[in-house]
Ligand binder design. Structure first.
Ligand code: AMP
Ligand code: MG
Length: 331
């Protein structure tokens, strides 16, 4: 396996002058785009309601969809949470820094806007060196939802952020392609049994190895408690059809106007464009490629997209969840 879920990318340089510029923008209540190991985030001061409002405005995100606050570690989580339960602490010790978000009871310093009025707050310590440098230099929690307009494909490169948000963001910190490539796994530890609100970069199997069996929340069409949960999300503009395997395709079919997002092997029939998530069937590699390839197909000249579902284990669960929500927009 290439990297474990909490290994930071190796070859990324931190540009200190850019970090200083970013901190200055954050202090004046502005937003900047920052790379994380999951996807690029639209960052703002987590304690400044004006900055939070700007994030919602730039993303065109509904105010009932709460934000994740980014910190450097467990000490940082105590700056926004009233308490950290024993299972939450165990998970933080295992996965931080990395692609795991914890839902914890919020303290009074966290603005209502960050949590959409909920009594809990979402917290994560990212591992990307640029994100860590920014949070450390800023010295406080940074709210950072994915740097895309609401409901659309998450950006995994600085270039994708530029295309997605362009002039609305005064600074985009460069940090290479995101090595995890899908959003964090969100775990609510406030109930008896930990509840997975969103499958993501931290595999559920690894979470269960730490805290025992977990429950899974199911996506619904509207649910203010976890709107990241909204059914339509991560959606390309084109029609998307999902298949369980290449065998489901019609061998005599005409797919010249379709793009195929294949999992681990190429199709026999001809497509207008074919992208392969991982030639070796490595689910981590597939997750890292997922959004960029979906975006590439969406921006290409094909008229519809067909995607092959990967197995629903490890990071395959996160990919399947995003495929399902991307498709539900159309049905
Ligand atoms: P993102 O759009 O990747 O920043 O993810 C934010 C998601 O985290 C939201 O859409 C919610 O699903 C989830 N979230 C944030 N805060 C809370 C909270 N207090 N309780 C439950 N879910 C939350
Ligand atoms: Mg998002």
């Amino acid at each position: 396996m290439e990297h474990s879920s909490n290994n930071p990318p190796r070859d990324v340089q931190v540009d200190n002058a850019a970090i200083e510029k970013a901190v200055a923008l954050l202090r004046e209540g502005n937003v900047v785009a920052m790379p994380t190991e999951t996807v690029y985030g639209l960052a703002g001061d987590g304690f400044n309601p004006r900055a939070l409002a700007r994030i919602f405005e730039v993303k065109q995100r509904p105010l009932f969809d709460p934000l994740i606050l980014h910190v450097t570690g467990i000490e940082g989580a105590f700056a926004v949470a009233e308490s950290i339960s024993a299972p939450a602490r165990k998970l933080a010790e295992k996965f931080w820094p990395g692609p795991l978000t914890l839902i914890l009871p919020k303290n009074d310093r966290v603005p209502e806007l960050a949590t959409s009025g909920l009594p809990s707050v979402a917290v994560r310590a990212p591992s990307h060196p640029v994100a860590r440098a920014l949070i450390e230099a800023f010295g406080g929690p940074i709210a950072a939802p994915s740097a895309n307009r609401f409901g659309r494909i998450s950006p995994t490169t600085a270039e994708a952020v530029r295309k997605e948000l362009g002039d609305a963001v005064p600074l985009i910190l460069e940090g290479g392609a995101c090595c995890v490539g899908v959003e964090s796994t969100i775990v609510d530890c406030s109930a008896q049994r930990p509840l997975i609100l969103r499958a993501g970069g931290a595999p559920v199997e690894e979470i269960e190895a730490i805290v025992g069996p977990v429950d899974h929340a199911t996506p619904v069409s509207s649910k203010p408690l976890a709107p990241g949960h909204l059914e339509h999300h991560y959606a390309p503009g084109k029609t998307l059809r999902l298949v369980d395997s290449l065998e489901q395709l019609n061998p005599a079919g005409d797919y010249a106007d379709a793009g195929l997002l294949a999992f681990d092997r190429l199709p026999e029939v001809r497509f207008g464009k074919v992208l392969l998530l991982s030639s070796t069937g490595d689910l981590r590699e597939a997750a890292a490629h997922y959004f960029a390839m979906m975006r590439e197909l969406d921006e290409s000249s094909v008229r519809q997209i067909i995607a092959v579902r990967p197995p629903k284990t490890g990071l395959g669960l996160a990919i399947n969840e995003r495929l399902g929500r991307a498709q539900s927009k159309r049905s």
